[in-house]
Structures are given as structure tokens and as C-alpha cells.
Design a protein around this ligand. Sequence first.
Ligand code: FEO
Length: 171
Amino acid sequence: MISKKMQKALNKQVNAEMYSAYLYLAMSAYFDGQGLKGCAHWMRLQYDEEMVHGFKLYDFVLERGGIVTLEAIAKPEPVLESTLGVFKEVLEHERKVTGMINELVGLAMDEKDFATNSFLQWFVDEQVEEEASAEEIVQQLTMVGDSKNGLFLIDRQLGERQPGGSAESEA
Ligand code: FEO
């Protein structure tokens, strides 16, 4: 059984993960419209991953005898002005999510809720990868600057991302 406080916090995180999915879907649509099919593909897989994250939390709440409460998912409003800008926003967003996960871990520790703490460690590790891959893409885009050739190559590379793929293509 989980405490009401922990249940509320986990439900909030379900919503945050589903919002992340929605945010990345908006970015995917933008890239598609820009003809950047690789970036669109990468974001679409990112959408899938965030939904998996949301469902992991959802299933855990149920497994622990808790109640899942679904709230409205906020409208995603990413600033869609440049490829680099969008990936910088991904990085910023992932850092924010890391903060949320850390807060959850802190709460589990305060409550001596060892099961939830153990469950959350998967998310702690996942966030390290999420930030690292977004950071890598930001670095690459920064490196190529205004080069259309460079962007073409990065787009192609991001288009090779596989579902649940390697760390470098995952976020
Ligand atoms: Fe579920 Fe990208 O954090």
C-alpha cells in the first residue's frame, strides 16, 4: 500500500509523462512540416517512450493498491522556430523531469517507502540517458551551425533511431 501523499505525487508524474509525450508529438509534427523526417521520427519515438514511462507509473500505482486519477493534460506550446531551439527545449524539459523524479525519490525516502524508492531507481537511470542524448544532439546541432549539409546528416542519423534504441539515439 502507498500513502495518499505518495499516490498523489505518482499520479502527478503520470500526468507529467503524458504531457511530455504530447510535447514531443507537437515537436514531431513541426519537424514533419519542415521536411525533417528524421527529427520527426525521433520525436515520434520519444512520444512512445514517454507514454511507456507514464504507464509504468500508472501500473505501479495500481499494483500497490492505489487509485489512479487522470487529470487534464496541458496543451503543449513548444517554441517552434529552429531545430536547435527545439532540441534545447527537449534538454531543458528533461532536466525539469529529472528534478521531478528526484523529488519523488526524496518523498519515498522521507516516507521510508522502500518499494517505491526501488521502483523509481529505473527512472533515475533513465533520466541520465534522456539528458545525455538530448545534450549530444544539441552539441551536434550547435557544431554544424547554419550548414544545411550538417543538418541533413543529423536528420538522417536521428531517422535511424530504433524503438527502445541505443543510448546515443534515445532520450
Ligand atoms: Fe519520461 Fe523523457 O522523461
